[in-house]
Design a binder for this molecule. Structure first.
Ligand SMILES: *[C@@H]1O[C@H](CO)[C@@H](O)[C@H](O)[C@H]1NC(C)=O
Ligand SMILES: *[C@@H]1O[C@H](CO)[C@@H](O)[C@H](O)[C@H]1NC(C)=O
Ligand SMILES: *[C@@H]1O[C@H](CO)[C@@H](O)[C@H](O)[C@H]1NC(C)=O
Ligand SMILES: *[C@@H]1O[C@H](CO)[C@@H](O)[C@H](O)[C@H]1NC(C)=O
Ligand SMILES: *[C@@H]1O[C@H](CO)[C@@H](O)[C@H](O)[C@H]1NC(C)=O
Ligand SMILES: *[C@@H]1O[C@H](CO)[C@@H](O)[C@H](O)[C@H]1NC(C)=O
Length: 505
């Protein structure tokens, strides 16, 4: 898996570079073969500069040049259409050394009348810029420039587009701060990308969900107040950025803060690259997961910092091939697979790697949580080189996840198997045991392995420390651990010896 994982990362990185240079995905390239002149005539919302090489170079995002993949030699660079020569294609006339190539720029202020004062409603301007870029052949950049604050109401950016569209956000986008300003029947999403294949959202800008008034709604479960159901319909709150059925999407470099609910949600996507993000909301903000993924495959999350009130990254059912690297999580609930199997559902998660993470002052470190009564499996999960800093439950598998007091033990459960923890070091808040494997009575966890685990009570935590806890869990420690884990059972119970039938993938 090591080698395979590297291959996929390389692929995803290649995707990042490709979208970084605005030369887009397969679709965009296809258009280059067939169309060499770009729409350039009067249009209700024609870009303020003709999308020729000179204007686009001026507007090309800062990363564009450096990241140019097979940098076209100046002599063979593109003509007025601005298209990259495709390897093997006949060279085109070259009036311009096209370091950035030509990409049509749709400036939401200059071309679409956005005001950008944080007060006027710029929803239509931004939406129209997207629709225009999306409907034009070739790749386009929707530019929301630095120095402006755009007030944007709930919006769906719909694809598929003709080329790849990049939103270059160097300014700020804010949501309406008052929940009453949201349509009564649509309080679950703020900015949605739907069928938006090949989209890149990037820049040095800020996306602010203005969640404060949502968090204060009486229906929310607040930390320290115990909890019943905070999830009634009346409590719907918007996810800041939702990517739904969108393939090969990239999010890079932005700061996202104070979402009313999850900051990012990727649902039913294939090919997701998230890198260089900073996500923050207060520790007391409920349900503000940093990045949530479900029904999604082939995900790379790299170089991100998340500080929030719920999971840093949460991985839901139907997720396959996820690599998380260089992520720092603070204050919230750590990196979580789950919750899975609620209300008897079948849930499958496989091939998740978390490498080089730092988790600080969080309720959990790396967690797998499932409800009683579900089915499916979590398999091939590897947590490597994770530093814990005063984390309450650094290593935890909880198959008795439950939000109320009346959760019965059931005769089925999501099967958890093939989970490895290597190089997990640091300190824990000694109110809880540092290692907790609470597996189902009905279905054991199998092949749980530990190596180089060293967890010490944080200086500030209590006097007495609990031993690692295990219930119905099989596996081994390849090296001695601190504290020692004496409660793992050897081998595999007979009827699970070769029970790949329980696994989903
Ligand atoms: C696991 O996921 C990685 C991407 O993170 C991928 O490269 C690799 O091929 C996957 N492994 C399997 C066995 O599918
Ligand atoms: C993602 O992009 C790659 C390269 O452009 C392409 O081969 C692949 O088919 C795309 N994946 C999906 C799911 O669209
Ligand atoms: C993680 O960080 C290291 C050190 O900065 C860097 O070399 C590596 O490329 C990063 N990984 C990814 C996937 O960006
Ligand atoms: C469920 O099983 C666990 C492990 O046997 C036990 O600790 C717990 O009390 C049981 N809960 C109920 C509600 O029966
Ligand atoms: C145990 O899990 C690891 C992944 O953590 C996997 O590579 C290995 O094949 C599994 N072993 C068995 C016997 O299933
Ligand atoms: C394991 O698989 C065998 C045959 O595939 C099946 O008879 C057995 O019941 C399975 N065990 C469990 C615990 O599901």
């Amino acid at each position: 898996m090591e080698v395979a994982a590297r291959t996929a990362i390389a692929l995803l990185l290649a995707l990042a570079v490709a979208s970084g240079c605005l030369c887009g995905g397969a679709q965009g390239r296809h258009h280059r073969h067939t169309k060499h002149t770009r729409h350039n005539s009067a249009h209700a919302h024609a870009p303020s500069q003709a999308p020729g090489p000179s204007s686009s170079r001026r507007h090309a995002p800062p990363h564009a040049r450096g990241a140019s993949p097979p940098a076209p030699p100046p002599s063979s660079s593109s003509g007025a259409g601005g298209d990259y020569p495709t390897p093997g294609a006949a060279p085109e006339p070259a009036p311009e050394p096209a370091a950035g190539s030509a990409v049509a720029v749709y400036d939401v202020v200059k071309d679409f009348g956005a005001v950008g004062d944080g007060v006027a409603d710029d929803t239509d301007a931004i939406k129209t810029a997207w629709d225009t870029a999306c409907s034009e052949d070739g790749d386009g950049v929707v530019l929301a420039a630095a120095g402006y604050t755009f007030l944007v109401h709930t919006t769906v950016f719909t694809g598929p587009c003709q080329g790849s569209v990049t939103i270059q956000l160097d300014g700020t986008i804010v949501a309406p701060s008052d929940p009453d300003k949201w349509p009564a029947n649509n309080k679950r999403n703020w900015l949605v990308f739907y069928n938006a294949h090949g989209t890149t959202l990037r820049g040095a800008g800020l996306i602010d969900g203005k969640g404060q008034k949502w968090w204060e709604l009486p229906c929310k479960v607040h930390k320290g107040q115990g909890g019943s159901s905070g999830h009634g319909a009346s409590c719907d709150s918007p996810v800041a950025l939702r990517f739904f059925t969108s393939n090969n999407v990239t999010v890079q470099g932005l700061k996202v803060q104070n979402s009313p609910e999850f900051h990012f949600r990727f649902d039913s996507c294939r090919g997701v690259l998230v890198s260089g993000l900073s996500i923050s909301s207060p520790q007391q903000s409920p349900n503000t997961d940093g990045i949530h993924i479900e029904n999604t495959q082939d995900v790379l999350i790299a170089n991100a910092a998340v500080s929030n009130g719920d999971d840093c990254v949460s991985i839901g059912a139907g997720t396959l091939n996820v690599h998380i690297e260089n992520v720092t999580c603070g204050l919230g609930h750590g990196i979580s697979i789950g919750s899975l199997g609620k209300q008897g559902t079948r849930a499958c998660v496989a091939n998740v790697t978390v490498r080089n993470a730092v988790i600080r002052h969080s309720d959990n470190g790396v967690r797998i949580k499932t409800w009683q009564g579900g089915s499916g499996s979590v398999s091939s999960v590897s947590f490597e080189n994770v530093r814990m800093d005063a984390v309450r439950n650094p290593i935890i598998i909880d198959q008795y996840y439950c939000l109320s007091r009346s959760c019965e033990n059931a005769t089925t459960a999501v099967f958890v198997s093939g989970i490895s923890y290597a190089g997990i070091r640091g300190t824990y808040d000694a109110r809880s045991p540092p290692i907790h494997f609470g597996c189902s009575d009905a279905v054991p966890c199998t092949n749980i392995t530990l190596a180089d685990v060293e967890l010490l009570p944080a200086a500030s935590s209590g006097q007495s420390v609990d031993d690692p806890f295990c219930w119905n869990v099989y596996g081994n420690a390849a090296t001695p651990t601190v504290p020692p884990v004496a409660c793992l059972m050897d081998g595999v119970p007979g009827n699970y010896a070769d029970n790949s039938s329980l696994k989903c993938y």
